[in-house]
Structure formats: C-alpha cells, structure tokens
Design a protein around this ligand. Sequence first.
Ligand code: UDP
Length: 205
Amino acid sequence: VPSIYILGSPVHTLTLQESVQHISKLLERGGLHQIITANPEILYSARKDEDLQKLIAGASLVTADGIGVVWAARQQGEKLRERVTGIDLMAELLTVAGSKNWSCYFLGAAPGVAEKAGQKIKELHPGLSIAGTRHGYFKKEEEQIIIEEILEKKPQLLFVGLGAPRQEKWINNLFKTVTEKQARNLQQAGHIAMGVGGSFDVFAG
Ligand code: UDP
C-alpha cells in the first residue's frame, strides 16, 4: 500500500473507494486486520506514545482522516487525493457488507445507541448480518466477557466507538489476546476491526 510519513507515522494514500477495495481483499485473504483512520490528534498523540505509534505502524490500513493530515502531506510535496474519515469508511463498508452478507459487531456509545444504530443500519442494508451490539460504558472486569463474546461470534467487521485513541488500543489488545488456536481458526476468513469514534451516535440518529 503506498504510504507517506506524517509526524513519524505511516499514512496510506488510498482514496475512500480504494480503501474499501483494499479491505475487501484483506477479508478474502484472511487473518486479523486493524484499520486506523488517522486524524491529527491521533498522530500527535503517537509522537509521545510509543505503544500507539507501534500500533499505527502495524495496522493493515491507515487512512488520512482530516484535512490537516491532507495538508501536512501536501507540505511534504506528497499528493493525498482525499481524506477518508471513519464514518465515511464505515458507511461504505456497511454497503458492501449488505451485498456480501458480512457479519458486523458494534461496540461502543451510550447504552442503547449501538443497538439502535444496528437496527437502522439493518433497515438500510437488509443483507448485512448483525453479530452483536454492546454499549461502551463497561467496567474493567466486564472486558473479558466482551472479548470472549466477540471471539465467539467472529464478526467479519468489528466497529469500536470508544473515542480515539482508546478504541485503537482496545482493538490492538483484543487481537493480542487471541490464542494461537483461535488465530488458526480466524485465519480462514478475514476479520477487520476499526475505531469509529462517535459514529454510532450519528447512525442511531
Ligand atoms: N464512549 C464510550 N465509552 C466511554 C467513553 C466514550 O462508548 O467510556 C463513546 C461515546 O459515547 C461516543 C464515542 O465513544 O459515542 C466518542 O465519540 P467522539 O466523537 O468523542 O470520538 P473521538 O472523535 O474522540 O474519536
């Protein structure tokens, strides 16, 4: 994937449609893939947060989310054709999910919001299957149950709306807790996880 470096982190220079095509290929290829829509705040935090910087460098796709990122690229003389925001990428992926019967899991936002967003999304894309929804105000001790539920349901698309960069770290931690045996099972079909900030609130209306 073509990329440039902004504030020490790689950002891939794909358009929205190219990003969707790339993610579709990753799903066909198999394995676990983290997608990051990198806004200036995340990239600035990553400069002082080594774990976050490593996580971004290890992601399967890092899109430029924010006009500030597009400008930063331009100042380096690099062409970044368009910004790819979390909500736009999520909306496009849901459309493809509807036509390909992909399963989705929505984690995050206040109680009831992810569920309502799920209902509205299902109305828009009846072909998509909702593997599960869960709100984002859980206690530390509930985290293991949530992780087990996601690993059991094996959604093709996992959307996490806990705010950045917490959601990115949460996804990275989820991937790290996958055992070797689970990884072999999960390898056959692809699995995509991405942070979506407050997008569930928008979809719930
Ligand atoms: N949120 C959550 N659990 C928390 C804190 C926040 O699920 O403990 C949700 C919140 O309800 C909102 C989203 O995370 O839906 C954060 O949205 P925001 O637009 O602030 O995300 P950012 O732009 O910071 O990524």
